[in-house]
Design a protein around this ligand. Structure first.
Ligand code: DQQ
Length: 469
């Protein structure tokens, strides 16, 4: 029994998936395309897999939507791209991969099911990068510019080798003929912010939200961890001026290449690729690799901070639940939750903010504590930590820690919203700091749950646990 396989997160029935692509709500139906290798549980000749949903929670598998064209500019893979909603039917822009070249290709849906995306006969629509040397020329985000001469604008992910990432802006009247404009950000942008901003930016997603503009990018760096970041700032054609920069998810590569879209309710929704942190050999043996994150709604607060919350539709997944209030956690007084244990859980915890000590949620725990994954709120160092050092007795899986800043308390508290799905954990703290991670326990009884304060004391204001799925 493969008890690492997530149950309610989306993934293809078998084999490899990576980035979400072409996200769109069309005539009421949500469409999710994704990078998919139908041949094996590893990256290879990439197609676009496809799934549809009415609620962003329950997904129906559809046939493969986009296939590499023999002899075409996408002969070796249909890499990432986006959907462009427009009158008539949506159009899709994606990255063609062949002979070491990355080009921009276009595809059109053949009917309203959006099941089959037909590559444009004259692909590629952009055959080569506008300047050299560049590191990468792939992945697209498109927006509509209004005004006296309305046009389509597109940014493509790229970078200046060994210098910094870049998004290249193009303009088009018809989505077919593209004119290069220039970089979306100035040369200093990458250096102005404290976090490493990479050799190349993959999967840009650029959009307006709550009166600000957001550029989300996935950062590739040879010698550095890969992660996704968001710049928040202002835009006037065709320049984006960021004022802040932050990680989108402190799980780093565990949550990668996210894409966002606007749904018919005006919500900006994001899905990301949850990568594996077990060896490729195990992925191939298990026959599957990669998971889609749960949908998260994005917003920007008054101070220009990006906020995230799990979509309310996910509440449909709840079965039985338990609600507890006020429990003083101390080293002598942990809260054992064994009767509510499991590996498919939604957990909401509200902790009174404290200046000292730590509070810990241990999940996927064996009764003897040999295996457990710890989510630690470190009050003193103001950190939220995913401690995987004991998460598995298997020495081959990744045990490294992930950590992010503990957000500012809200009404004196830190609220953790957690989804646990076998080997996946997603946590959002006060709608600000998010942490996604993978754990691969070896024992079938790794499903216990304990809330404790190994150091100091923490007041638990409230706790809700639901079995989900
Ligand atoms: N995955 C795609 C690329 C993209 C990368 C290839 C990000 O288009 O840059 O599968 O994970």
């Amino acid at each position: 029994m493969d008890f690492h396989r997530p149950a309610y997160h989306f993934r293809p029935r078998a084999n490899w998936m990576n980035d979400p692509n072409g996200l769109i709500q069309w005539k009421g139906v949500y469409h999710m395309y994704y990078q998919y290798n139908p041949a094996a549980a590893k990256h290879g000749k990439i197609h676009w897999g496809h799934a549809t949903s009415r609620d962003l929670v329950h997904w129906q598998h559809r046939p493969v939507a986009l296939t590499p064209s023999p002899e075409g500019p996408d002969a070796e893979g249909c890499w990432s791209g986006c959907a462009v909603p427009q009158s008539g039917r949506p159009v899709f822009l994606y990255t063609g991969w062949a002979n070491g070249q990355q080009t921009t290709c276009l595809a059109k849906a053949t009917d309203d099911s959006l099941d089959h995306l037909l590559p444009y006969a004259s692909n590629p629509v952009i055959a080569q990068p506008p300047i050299t040397p560049l590191e990468g020329f792939r992945d697209h985000t498109v927006w509509r510019e209004a005004g006296a001469s309305p046009a389509w604008l597109m940014a493509i992910g790229s970078g200046i080798p060994e210098k910094h990432g870049l998004a290249l802006v193009y303009r088009s009247p018809d989505l077919v003929n593209w004119q290069y404009i220039g970089p979306l950000t100035d040369n200093q942008t990458s250096q102005r912010f404290p976090l490493y901003s990479g050799d190349m930016w993959e999967c840009p997603s650029f959009f307006e939200l709550n009166g600000k503009h957001v550029l989300m990018i996935s950062i590739v760096g040879e010698k550095h961890a890969w992660y996704t970041a968001a710049y928040v700032g202002s835009y006037s054609p065709y320049r984006f001026s960021p004022v802040s920069f932050e990680k989108v998810d402190y799980g780093d590569l565990c949550f990668y290449a996210p894409q966002t879209f606007l749904d018919e309710h005006g919500r900006r929704i994001m899905f990301g690729w949850i990568t594996e942190t077990r060896p490729e050999k195990q992925q191939l043996a298990d026959g599957w690799s990669g998971v889609m994150s749960l949908p998260r709604r994005l917003s920007v607060d008054r101070d220009g901070n990006l906020q995230q919350e799990f979509l309310a539709e996910l509440e449909q997944l709840r079965h039985t639940g338990v609600h507890l209030e006020r429990w003083e956690l101390t080293p002598q007084n942990p809260l054992r939750l064994d009767e509510h244990a499991g590996n498919q859980l939604e957990i909401r915890i509200e902790l009174e903010a404290s200046g000292a000590g730590q509070a810990t949620l241990a999940c996927l725990r064996t009764p003897d504590g040999q295996e457990e994954t710890r989510l630690v709120v470190d009050w003193e160092n103001r950190q939220l930590i995913l401690d995987r050092s004991s998460s598995s007795l298997d020495g081959d899986v990744d045990h490294s820690e992930r950590r992010g800043p503990l957000p500012e308390p809200l009404q004196g508290a830190i609220q953790l919203h957690i989804y646990l799905d076998h080997s996946v954990i997603e946590c959002i703290a006060n709608q600000r700091t998010t942490l996604t991670g993978r754990m691969y326990p070896t024992r079938a009884d790794s499903c216990g749950l304990v809330l404790s304060a190994p150091q100091g004391r923490t007041m638990l204001r409230s706790l809700d646990i639901w079995k989900v799925g």
